[in-house]
Design a protein around this ligand. Structure first.
Ligand code: PSV
Ligand code: MN
Ligand code: MN
Length: 424
């Protein structure tokens, strides 16, 4: 299925009168309106291939309908998102779930939807059919060098797939750790992981980055070998200039100050980028901005401040990606909501009066500092974000158009109602 431009234009025509009124109202009070819109127009957030199907929990999975059953259909889904919002112009693949049989054909298909390939992800947290050695007790950390070698070789394979598709980064997330005290020698596990990553790093093309993702818990519940940003940064620093720390918003211990982590990683030039999602408890992988929109805004506020201080391009300087998946909503509608929330937080962060905030900080004016941040956060920028979409030829209201066009019903007609997307 493809959404033609004239369908989007028709939808926009129906909504544009009210939209223009809202935009004019905002323009009166926001002096940098045009600058913010221009930045939003350039901003793209990659979609993970594994978020396109209904996710499950360890208690069960309730099948969605018309889900993508292969890589081609996953690309088609992201193409639909991108047509609706013009902000989802990249897909991130997980190998071996998404092995491209014919890379050139897959690339052409993606290009036909205006998509490029974001970071490729390796998977050493599951055993695959016919796999020689098991990852039950870890992969890059494993006490047995043969298991480590197998995991290293898999990552090298993933890089090769990424090169064929035009990706520029490898994301490594490990389930490695231990579930019981005494199970693991922490130091040896870390050193094994470092040595394994060094091997993989040697195979990284010179224009590639390695993103090292950390996670404090799960599936292991006593220790995780790359548990937090300190451990990831330690590895990234030992590996070299091409290695960076990836922040997944759901991978921290409760109440961690993620905005502070982000600020310091940026300061060190070691922030890879993000896996956006939201959570109430842990790695809940809920829609970005669904539970803690103020936190998302504060993170973006640090990002804007830090990237501007270091002269980093907002659109291309970091890896922007969603990593969410759940049981209830239509995955495509959910991803549209996540992208919207991320762009909203970014727009609000661009609205912060940086000079006034600096002055308040210098003068220890705590009240003023809070007022400045909350003034930006409490400004309703929905019309501004919609204006950026309109200028890019996307839909003024992507969710409405998705519903009106009966996209899921059509996909279900095409694909059937008991498809299962490969992934989690
Ligand atoms: C792990 O929780 C994670 O966030 C990593 O990014 C994985 O690659 C992804 O989920 C999918 O398993
Ligand atoms: Mn993640
Ligand atoms: Mn996660």
């Amino acid at each position: 299925m493809k959404i033609e431009q004239h369908i989007i234009d028709q939808h926009n025509q129906d909504l544009v009168f009210k939209h223009v009124k809202n935009v004019n109202f905002l323009k009166e009070s926001i002096s940098n309106f045009e600058e913010i819109v221009a930045k939003l127009q350039k901003f793209q957030i990659a979609i993970p291939s594994w978020a396109l199907g209904t996710g499950g929990t360890r208690f069960g999975r309730f099948n969605g309908k018309g889900e993508p059953g292969n890589l081609e259909q996953k690309i088609e889904d992201v193409g639909l998102l991108h047509a609706l919002n013009k902000s989802s112009g990249a897909i991130s693949l997980h190998i071996p779930w998404d092995i491209p049989q014919d890379a050139e054909k897959i690339k052409d298909l993606a290009t036909s939807y205006g998509l490029v390939f974001d970071a490729v992800n390796s998977n050493t947290f599951q055993d695959q059919p016919n796999q020689e050695l098991s990852y039950k007790y870890g992969s890059l950390q494993h006490v047995n060098p043969a298991v480590r070698k197998q995991a290293v070789e898999h990552n090298i394979e993933v890089i090769k797939h990424g090169v064929a598709l035009g990706s520029k980064a490898l994301t490594v997330w490990l389930a490695d750790g231990s579930s019981f005290p005494g199970q693991l020698n922490f130091r040896e596990a870390f050193q094994n992981t470092l040595e394994s990553l060094k091997e993989i790093y040697k195979h990284l093309p010179s224009d590639w980055k390695m993103f090292i993702e950390y996670k404090a818990f799960e599936p292991n519940f006593y220790s995780t070998t790359i548990a937090d940003w300190g451990q990831s940064l330690l590895l990234a620093n030992k590996l070299g200039d091409q290695a960076y720390t990836l922040v997944d918003l759901g991978h921290h211990l409760p109440n961690a100050n993620i905005e502070q982590i982000v600020s310091l990683l940026l300061m060190e030039g070691k922030l890879a980028g993000f896996h956006f999602n939201d959570s109430k408890y842990a790695d809940d992988d809920l829609t970005a901005g669904a539970v803690k929109p103020y936190q998302l805004f504060l993170i973006f506020s640090e990002l804007v401040e830090g990237m501007d201080a270091r002269g980093i391009d907002h659109a291309t300087g970091l890896g922007w990606m969603i990593d969410a998946s759940h049981n209830l909503k239509d995955p495509l509608a959910d991803l549209l909501q996540s992208v919207e929330a991320i762009k909203m937080a970014y727009a609000q962060a661009l609205l912060v009066d940086r000079k006034a905030l600096k002055k308040a900080q210098q003068e220890n004016d705590v009240v003023a500092a809070q007022e400045i941040l909350q003034d930006a956060f409490r400004t309703d920028l929905r019309a501004l974000v919609a204006e950026a979409r309109l200028r890019e030829g996307a839909a003024l209201n992507p969710i409405k158009l998705f519903t009106d066009l009966k996209v899921r019903e059509k996909l279900t007609e095409e694909r059937g109602d008991s498809t299962v997307a490969t992934g989690l």
